[in-house]
Design a protein around this ligand. Structure first.
Ligand code: NAP
Length: 310
């Protein structure tokens, strides 16, 4: 057990922060874990289940004396928090965030932090459709990517220290430019979520398919859409509002592909459909080979703690 940070302040105590708390505690990586969440209810639960050593009623209080501050609130709340904690952060501290979008978070947060702190934006590509302080678990980040988008001139020693913490809690860490991150995420996460929300909405609107049939026969593919479409509404609203350009770009490409397949179906072009599905099957195999999912026929859906890589 090596203590990597003497005091870690978790701002926001939902799925990601509570998973970090469990994982850091399991490995003894933080001398002290201090937390803050907006509602008294979440703060009380955090105390009750022993998520943090201390829970503070304000974010400004929570960050005092911390050498690592983690912003784990919805993307739309990052600026408000940064404005509140900026004047109270200890000299030399590292601040990171876990927001699903990077360019907008950097634009909102970086100008509000004092020059003496190092801001290293980040994004764990791990998640489930559950939220709140009780939803976290220590293995959420196991073998999942955690992307860091350091700003130019970031102190390499601080970056390595943060990388050390994230690696110790099981993540595979990579660094990239924020704009590139947002485009990649629009392809692998944001647009698929939008499509899942849409498909579930379509089923809901189809009056001739009764609700009971939708549920009874859901195992045929629809079930996976519903799981994704159950993801937190606040988080996903903020993702689409802040990664607008990349999502609209990918959505445009998606619509074009959909028209290609729609036309092939209409024209009875089986060769095109077969070739297309052969290519997509190879992508799925690549994901399994890369260890990012299992080949189990039920998608490895063994427990509610399955990480989706959001
Ligand atoms: P969550 O479970 O919904 O928790 C959000 C937490 O933020 C709650 O504790 C909430 O407090 C707190 N919060 C919201 N507004 C606040 C404010 N103004 N001041 C202080 N606390 C505030 O969310 P999450 O899934 O952990 O997501 C957190 C961040 O991680 C988001 O930026 C999201 O984009 C990112 N992320 C999520 C996933 C995922 O799959 N869930 C994956 C990767 C990254 P209350 O409970 O009191 O409302």
């Amino acid at each position: 057990m090596t203590v990597l940070y003497k005091r870690v302040a978790l701002i926001g105590l939902g799925l990601i922060a509570s998973s970090m708390a469990h994982a850091m505690r399991a490995q003894g990586l933080a001398g002290e874990i201090v937390g803050h969440a907006k509602s008294a209810e979440t703060r009380d639960i955090a105390l009750e289940i022993g998520l943090c050593d201390r829970v503070c009623t304000t974010a400004a209080e929570a960050v005092q004396g911390a050498d690592l501050v983690v912003l784990a609130v919805p993307v739309g709340a990052m600026a408000e928090i940064a404005g509140e904690i900026g004047p109270r952060i200890a000299k030399g501290a590292t601040v990171t965030d876990v927001g699903s979008v990077k360019r907008a978070v950097i634009a909102a947060v970086a100008p509000l932090l004092p020059a003496h702190v190092t801001f290293i934006p980040g994004h764990p590509m791990a998640g489930t459709e559950y939220s709140g302080p009780r939803s976290g678990f220590a293995t959420l980040f196991q073998n999942r990517w955690w992307l860091l988008t350091p700003l130019p001139g970031t102190d390499p020693a601080r970056l390595e220290r943060l990388r050390g913490l994230l690696t110790a809690i099981g993540a595979r860490v990579d660094t990239m430019d924020a704009d590139h991150h947002d485009l990649v995420l629009a392809v692998v996460s944001h647009t698929p979520h939008l499509i899942a929300y849409t498909m579930v909405g379509v089923a809901d609107h189809l009056a001739q398919v009764s609700n009971s049939e939708v549920i009874q026969y859901s195992a045929t593919g629809f079930r996976d859409f519903t799981r994704i479409a159950a993801s937190d509404p606040t988080m996903w609203r903020d993702v689409f509002l802040t990664n607008k350009d990349a999502v609209l770009d990918v959505l445009g490409r998606f619509t074009e592909e959909l028209f290609v397949l729609q036309r092939a179906i209409r024209m009875g072009d089986g060769d095109l459909l077969h070739a297309y599905f052969t290519r997509t099957r190879a992508i799925r195999r690549g994901i399994i080979e890369a260890g990012q999912d299992t080949s189990a026929p039920d998608f490895g859906r063994v427990a509610s703690t399955k990480s989706t890589g959001s």
